[in-house]
Design a protein around this ligand. Structure first.
Ligand code: NAD
Length: 428
């Protein structure tokens, strides 16, 4: 990944500016939507296992809540920046609007590397994050969730702290909790399965039989693992996945021409989504450099790791065979690479649609928590499929009607809904 001067918030703003021009938004609405409504920066002091104290930096951005309480994950990452959090919060606003759920956009983060923190120290960060912001988050204000390197256990510690501070039960405060502790069945699968549902719909449009299609995926974390499983269930073979290797401080691609065996790979994958290279080789899986996922001879590419992965520098390496890109990650494609893909006629399912399954299921989790009645997994997944499929169809219908690139159609629908909510409330 080339970190370079890439600034995800500038990218998110430039994507927005383009659509603001198309929608002819007035100056006030533009200014309001180009920035987070509110953002919080704070310090989190944590007592470490060796008795010392370390101070971590935490953030929360609330981009827009005109359509409902803010919603968005909390990321633990050593390279977390406020601009990454701002970008992700803005994308959450468009994402909730794309799938038409009554929530706004938020995002949080902590600069830390859980690889080097004990469970006790991670608990300290979770509780400290909530202590700093407890008055500004909650079921009717702003609802956090997991993101990169955070998981259901982190969410439960955060819920416990929030409830202790407020002196009440409030399971709708946070989503992605463990099942049995307020979590929804299907939430773990939701984002990856959601990617699969929209890929299935796109393949119908492209006239490609799922069982004849090959896919390459970047990442092997939550999104990627379940994307592989659902694609396999449609008959689509995934010829490679990739992941970060903490020990070597580099990434690797794990490839198998006749399709990877997801369960076998999972048995040698740690909870950060890193696959053991030696054990993979012993299984007959080819271990290639990390960037090899992008130039595979496949029909479908799914970047599902981090932002800024398909860039002006590597977009030309994408095979002519690729007909479809589904953005499992947030912001994986830079505008420069995007215009090349658009010109080449690659069908793109943009991040705010492709990976919206997670927030959709988080919304279901909130609804279940608020009513204290939990649905069976089949019901969750069939509601998820229906929501993702209808959002995909709405975006595709507009793109056909107005001859628009899918990303533009998606943004036109979602930004317009949020702008209208701001106007209807009398904000602008
Ligand atoms: P995760 O932490 O579970 O997994 C991330 C994966 O990416 C891991 O396999 C890691 O090894 C790999 N990775 C990291 N850096 C890499 C690199 N340079 N090259 C190759 N692989 C690399 O995270 P996740 O939850 O699967 O999220 C992945 C992306 O999807 C992120 O952009 C996240 O914001 C987005 N997303 C996640 C959800 C969700 O519900 N989990 C929802 C919407 C969007």
């Amino acid at each position: 990944m080339s970190a370079g001067a890439f600034n995800p918030f500038q990218m998110a703003q430039s994507q927005f500016d383009r659509i603001a021009d198309v929608l002819k938004l007035d100056a006030g609405t533009r200014e309001l939507l180009r920035w987070p409504l509110r953002e919080y920066h704070f310090l989190i002091p944590v007592r470490m296992d060796d008795g010392s104290h370390k101070v971590f930096r935490g953030f929360r951005c609330q981009h827009n809540d005109a359509r409902g309480p803010c919603k968005g994950g909390i990321r633990f990452h050593p390279h977390e920046t406020i601009d990454t959090v701002r970008a992700l919060a803005m994308w959450m606003t468009w994402k909730c609007s794309t799938v038409d759920i009554p929530l706004g956009g938020g995002k949080g983060g902590v600069i830390c590397d859980p690889h080097h923190l004990s469970a006790f120290e991670q608990q300290g960060i979770c509780r400290g994050w909530v202590r700093q912001i407890a008055r500004n988050v909650g079921p009717v204000q702003d609802v956090p969730a997991p993101d990169v390197m955070t998981n259901p256990q982190h969410m439960l510690w955060m819920l416990d702290e929030w409830e202790a501070i407020h002196g009440e039960k409030g399971p709708g405060f946070i989503t992605g909790k463990p099942v049995g502790m307020g979590g929804s069945l299907g939430r773990t699968e939701a984002t990856g399965y959601g990617v699969g549902y929209v890929v299935r719909e796109a393949l119908k449009i492209l006239g490609i039989a799922p069982d004849k299609a090959l896919a390459a995926i970047q990442g092997f974390g939550n999104v990627s693992q379940y994307a592989v499983k659902i694609l396999n269930s449609f008959g689509t073979k995934v010829v490679c996945v990739s992941c970060w290797n903490q020990k070597d401080q580099t990434s690797y691609t794990f490839a198998k021409k006749d399709g990877i065996d997801v369960d076998a790979l999972l048995s040698i994958t740690d909870h950060f989504g890193s696959i053991d290279t030696e054990k993979a080789k012993a299984m007959g899986v080819q271990v290639l450099p990390g960037d090899k996922w992008i130039d595979q001879e496949v029909d479908i590419l799914i970047p599902a790791a981090l932002e800024n992965q398909v860039t002006g520098e590597n977009v030309q390496r994408i095979s002519k065979r690729v007909k479809l890109i589904a953005e499992g990650a947030n912001g994986p494609t830079t505008p420069e690479a995007d215009s090349v893909l658009h010109e080449r006629g690659v069908f793109c399912i943009p991040d705010v649609l492709a990976n919206a399954g997670g927030v959709t299921c988080s919304y279901f989790e909130q609804v279940q928590c608020n009513t204290n009645y939990f649905w069976p997994k089949d019901e969750v997944l069939s509601k998820l499929d229906a929501k993702m499929t209808s959002a995909f169809k709405a975006v595709h219908d507009l793109s056909k009607k107005k001859n628009l690139y899918m990303r533009d159609a998606c943004y036109q629908i979602s930004v317009d809904r949020v702008a209208r909510a701001c106007r209807d409330r009398g904000w602008v």
